[in-house]
Design a protein around this ligand. Structure first.
Ligand code: NI
Ligand code: MN
Length: 244
């Protein structure tokens, strides 16, 4: 159903929860880059089994330290061999201690170019401890990302966050075409706040994420659509489905 909405060669496959695989438009001379955000794959109850073996990644991005976002990072790095792993400095250091290679730590407010993609790390209002067995390591601060693909198409992945007013600045500076926004409530924004976020961002299209995975996440795409009032388009995906 969500096929050929974007119509520009960019695809976004939802692995369930906040995990997505973005492929940039392949022009033959550039593009075709495979970018995974928030590797929650094998331990993700929503992720279809046929997607468990992740291969051929160009970039792996992590928004924050929680298990439902980076719990499978080490496994995914082993099989997917990303050319660059991008996270906030503290998470990058922690991943390196686990044998993850090609880490390029950064911090919020900065942009780095990686494999032809401009990666801007943005604020998120949340927490970011890294659970490791019985221990909890400080994972720096939580983040989101704006990706500027080779063809200029911009995607914002909010990570886990509350609604915050400076989303208007992200909208003003980066004008994302597509926003991936958490709507599940309880740990993040619910649909009402996410609808306001989409307006601050000025996004035309919103893919709701971080919903339906666990019973405590009660927000639904239908509620988001009702709150949108026609001001933006809600592109609801099923886990495993690809938006193009
Ligand atoms: Ni979280
Ligand atoms: Mn989460």
């Amino acid at each position: 159903m969500p096929a050929n909405v974007l119509g520009n060669g960019v695809t976004v496959q939802w692995y369930g929860h906040a995990c997505v695989l973005i492929t940039s438009a392949n022009t033959g001379t550039e593009g075709g880059k495979r970018i995974m955000i928030d590797p929650f794959v094998q331990s993700n109850p929503a992720c279809p089994k046929e997607l468990h073996d992740v291969r051929d990644l160009d970039l792996l991005l992590i928004t924050h330290g929680h298990g439902d976002h980076m719990g499978d990072a080490v496994t995914v790095c082993k099989s997917g061999k990303p050319k660059k792993v991008i996270a906030i400095h503290e998470i990058g250091e922690w991943l390196a201690t686990k044998g993850v290679e090609n880490v390029s730590g950064m911090n919020r407010g900065g942009t780095q170019e990686a494999e032809g993609i401009k990666v801007t790390q943005t604020l998120a209002i949340h927490s970011s401890g890294i659970g490791d067995g019985a221990d909890m390591y400080p994972g720096g601060e939580p983040s989101g990302y704006v990706l500027t693909l080779e063809n200029g198409f911009r995607i914002y992945h909010a990570g886990d966050t509350a609604l915050f007013g400076d989303m208007a600045l992200i909208g003003e500076l980066w004008t994302p075409d597509l926003a991936l926004l958490p709507i599940g409530d309880h740990y993040t924004m619910g649909p009402r706040e996410a609808a306001r976020a989409a307006q601050l961002l000025g996004a035309k299209w919103v893919v709701p994420i971080h919903w339906g995975t666990f019973p405590v996440l009660t927000g639904t795409p239908q509620q988001l659509r009702a709150a949108a009032g026609g001001k933006f388009e809600v592109l609801e995906l099923k886990p495993g489905e690809t938006l193009s």
